[in-house]
Design a protein. Sequence first.
Length: 162
Amino acid sequence: MTGAVCAAVVVVFWLFGSPPVGPYEGERALDFTLETLDGKQVALKDFAGQPVFVNFWATWCLPCLEEMPIIQEMYEEHPGAFAVIAVSDEPLDTIRAYVEKYGYTFPVYVDRGGEMGQNYQVLFMPTSVFIDAKRVIQARHLGPLNRSQFTSYLERIGAIST
């Protein structure tokens, strides 16, 4: 984020008490509704007051394949510290088979029609978005996360401290 954009976000926040809504750092996270692998509807508001890690991924994405075990490890090592929203716009059966094949237990959601990915302007897989408990986006990361990066971002959103 450039200095001018950061300054503008700070001024808006100071004047109006809340940052603008959008898909980028310093903005308030856009609302969304997704479907669980069991067919239940979930929205961002369901995670109110929690730090949230959103990961846009796909079964055909090799960097996603590399990153997923790290997500699983962090999810297991920090239970309840942050919400995981791993989201794919692929068919439900494709997603379910992939998750079962690799034994992932973190929450995985379906973005039917890809609306959330479009709203968050996801152009690259994987893309990760780190949202703090006040729903402000603190970081966007393009490409696979390594453990050190993941830890740093979780600290930034107040999910963990080292």
